[in-house]
Design a protein. Structure first.
Length: 456
């Protein structure tokens, strides 16, 4: 199953492009090279001088003075330049973008489109500034240190010429060249990252320009309410349309179930081309990442599909039950019909009593179109019948296709007389936890029971 995961799928939870990942990876060699250059190369230990015996100074003092003269930048050696470069870029990112963005997201109930775009503009701005800083320090390095370090140097102390040998010249030169190459690579990656971000911004995907320190699902795009009023104002129904619908009226539920399963649910469960359930692994990763077990927050490793008897699905789940709050979302891409399509599943949170719950749940939204069919074509009673057919056919597709993996999805009946959604889901989750507890009975106890039974 692991082999079915792509690099992009693995990186997407924290980095919206592979370039953002590479930029963070390049921090490692830069810190290592800087530390090595400070401790092993650019210091007086690698500078040996032969003082004139007539000088009234100790050899260490002469070496230090000659080293200061040799590296006219001794008060600003290469490692100091690189530490400042890294500190400037990291400080800019964390203090002027990530932390303000984190504060905004975590203190806003639901980000507006304007606030989301502001964060996206902030991402573009910090990327531009980081590019300028990296380029500036690269130019500074070339101007101060160049590419060649002489192996010998003659300095003047009290009008006396002191010959000195510069050690590890090859290593020092290699370090300078390596750091310059890395700086150029970083500038190029920032440029590509900026272009990718601009394209995403123009395409209206501002919510995906997420800071690395924020959870990938912490910024949710605004949902747009659709007009779901009755059919009274829709004018006369075309006779041909009426006849077409009536010809398949008793199979609408079956058609809807097949369409919903193959065009959406099957893809979501597999999350790619894996034969089993990749969704369960994704939920487990979320549970581990959020440390839900230690925090005693309950979450079942499954997706609950809510099937309303009437077929009516609310615009927002929170409209049906105010206790339901968005907290995260899973997002992945799959190639469908010649184009890359994004699939999103929302994680909701609610609290009943002292117990907190997280749940992956959504309505079978395809049923909403059933309720929008004209009354003169199919009445409410017939719609409810087709909804039941939808439920049975969808369950059959899940069981026949996934077998043992089918438990990652559970269909939940919802009707007007049902308790609130949170109450229904609470019962489902609690039941799953009890079953899990029973299945993890101490094997030692079971072995003892078997021994006792055999002895009798």
């Amino acid at each position: 199953m692991e082999g079915c995961s792509t690099i992009t799928e693995k990186l997407e939870p924290k980095y919206f492009t592979v370039f953002g990942f590479l930029l963070n990876i390049l921090l490692i060699p830069r810190f290592v090279i800087t530390a090595v250059s400070q401790t092993e190369l650019f210091n007086t230990d690698n500078f040996v001088c032969t003082p004139n015996v007539t000088l009234d100074l100790d050899s260490e003092s002469i070496k230090q003075r000659c080293h200061d003269t040799f590296a006219a930048t001794s008060t600003w050696p290469p490692h100091a330049n690189w530490y400042t470069q890294l500190g400037a870029t990291i400080s800019l990112v964390f203090f002027f973008f990530y932390f303000p963005s984190w504060w905004t997201v975590n203190h806003t109930e639901q980000l507006s489109e304007g606030e989301t775009k502001t964060i996206a503009r902030g991402y573009l701005a910090q990327t531009a500034f980081r590019t300028i800083i990296e380029f500036g320090f690269g130019v500074t390095q070339v101007a101060l240190y160049g590419f060649q370090i002489p192996s010998q140097f003659v300095c003047s102390v009290n009008n006396e010429s002191i010959p000195c040998d510069v050690l590890k010249v090859t290593g020092k030169t290699a370090i300078l060249v390596a750091m310059l190459i890395i700086s150029l690579a970083v500038v190029i990656l920032h440029g590509v990252d900026s272009m990718k971000a601009i394209i995403m911004f123009r395409r209206g995907n501002s919510h995906r320009l997420l800071p690395v320190l924020l959870d990938h699902g912490s910024i949710l795009p605004q949902e747009v309410d659709q007009d779901q009023s009755g059919t009274a104002d829709r004018g006369p129904v075309d006779q041909e349309i009426t006849e077409t619908i009536k010809s398949v009226q008793q199979k609408i539920g079956l058609v809807y179930a097949t369409n919903f399963f193959y065009a959406y649910l099957k893809i979501v469960i597999q999350r790619g081309t894996c034969p089993g359930s990749k969704l369960k692994d994704t939920i487990q990763e979320y549970i581990d990442k959020k440390d839900l077990k230690r925090r005693k927050i309950r979450m079942a490793k499954k997706l609950y599909i809510l099937v309303p008897d009437s077929g009516k699905c609310p615009n927002l789940m929170s409209e049906k039950d105010p206790k339901m709050k968005k907290t995260y979302f899973f997002e992945f891409k799959a190639n469908r019909a010649g184009s890359s399509r994004t699939f999103t599943n929302t994680v909701w949170k609610f609290k009943i009593g002292d117990q907190d719950y997280h749940v992956l749940a959504e309505f079978a939204t395809i049923l909403q179109t059933l309720t929008e069919l004209p009354e003169q074509i199919i009445n409410d009673k017939e719609k409810r019948i087709e909804t039941r057919k939808f439920y049975k056919e969808l369950k059959r597709n899940i069981d026949n296709t996934f077998g043992e993996y089918g438990d990652v999805v559970e269909l939940v009946d919802i009707d007007d007389s049902s308790p609130t959604i949170s109450e229904v889901l609470k019962e489902k989750i609690d039941k799953d936890f009890k079953e899990a507890d029973h299945s993890t009975v101490n094997p030692v106890k079971l072995a003892n029971i078997n021994v006792k039974l055999k002895s009798h």
